[in-house]
Write a protein that binds this ligand. Structure first.
Ligand SMILES: NCC[C@H](CC(=O)O)[C@@H](CN)CCC(=O)O
Ligand SMILES: [Zn+2]
Length: 330
């Protein structure tokens, strides 16, 4: 074998193998933990379609987060779940005093001063029709009203203590609307905008919609989430949100879109890039392992490495507690 074609000489020792995969390690800094916060204050409700994931009431958050922060948790992504709050055409309870995110933020900022707190910004958990925007009478999206409302909600979360607002609505121009709203409210140097810039109309969101009771009551989200096959729209969406002032970008879902992760990182290397391992990806791995098809920790680690290798700087994953345990020194 020609000397330069012997690969085994570079991988026979674990340290050699470590050197062969530089700069894609998984650390606590590469993780963001999504948390469902219910308006039921003492709830800790199991979610059938997402084993080991719960809806937590505000009174459960400290006991949930204390041990995770002790293990190195650096950031969380909060999702409100409205079980008692009224739902209406414009999602009035997205930022009302009774909203669980509005209530949780001051508590989390006080109890966990070093934890970076991101909030998903969307109307679907609070609208009667379950869509991510405000609708015209014919059921189509009213984009102007939608981004005005989304920006209002983002500013409300900023005022309540959010350090990142992450609009998952996918309305056109919402990044600019939010950035202007934050600046007008005096928060332009206190809150980052993490854009769900490249979010596809995927079949992998089912468990989440079950968890947050936010499925559209009619139709679907194909008129505002990207067609799964469209790398052209993916590139345009990322470029547009960068142009509108996003501080960070996201590709979502994760595993079926790692080529898009790579293209997005290569096109915008100056921006931190998140990838969201969504609820359907979580459920597939969980049930596959439960049924003996794979070893969860080994395959999860392999998938996390693939996301890092594809260019993701941060991975949003429901497996965060397990990964924190995997990262603990042996
Ligand atoms: N705002 C929309 C929620 C959206 C998917 C959807 O329901 O269309 C995602 C949350 N940002 C779902 C995330 C997941 O499936 O884990
Ligand atoms: Zn939504």
């Amino acid at each position: 074998v020609p000397p330069k074609h012997t690969l085994h000489s570079g991988i026979f020792h674990p340290v050699l193998r470590q050197w062969q995969s530089p700069n894609i390690e998984i650390t606590v800094n590469n993780l963001m933990y999504p948390i469902f916060i219910s308006d039921e204050k003492n709830a800790k409700e199991a979610i059938n379609s997402m084993p080991d994931v719960y809806r937590y009431g505000i009174n459960q958050l400290e006991s949930l987060l204390e041990p995770l922060v002790a293990k190195g948790l650096q950031s969380v992504l909060l999702f409100g779940v409205s079980q008692h709050l009224d739902k209406d055409e414009i999602g009035s309870n997205a930022d009302s005093k009774g909203n669980p995110i509005i209530q949780a933020l001051p508590l989390l900022r006080r109890k966990f001063p070093n934890l970076l707190i991101a909030c998903d910004v969307c109307l679907c958990p609070y609208t009667i029709h379950g869509h991510c925007g405000i609708l015209n009478n014919d059921g189509s999206i009213n984009n102007t009203d939608s981004i005005r409302r989304i920006a209002e909600v983002a500013v409300s979360y900023a005022k309540a203590g959010a350090q990142i607002v992450a609009p998952s609505d996918m309305m056109d121009g919402r990044i600019s609307a939010i950035k202007h709203g934050l600046a007008a409210a005096g928060y332009s140097n206190k809150v980052a905008v993490l854009s769900y810039a490249v979010k596809f109309a995927s079949g992998l969101y089912g468990p989440f919609r079950d968890a947050s009771q936010s499925a559209p009551k009619f139709g679907d989200r194909k008129c505002y989430q990207l067609p799964p096959g469209s790398s052209g729209l993916a590139a345009r969406a990322a470029a547009r949100d960068v142009d509108e002032g996003a501080d960070m970008l996201m590709v979502k879902p994760g595993l079926p879109y790692l080529d898009v992760v790579r293209h997005t990182k290569d096109a915008h290397p100056q921006y931190p890039l998140c990838v969201y391992q969504v609820s359907g990806e979580y459920a597939m791995l969980y049930h596959g392992a439960q049924n003996g098809a794979i070893n969860l920790e080994n395959v999860l680690n392999e998938i996390l490495l693939s996301m890092r290798r594809a260019g993701a700087d941060c991975i949003i994953t429901y497996f965060t507690p397990l990964i924190l345990d995997m990262l603990q020194p042996k």
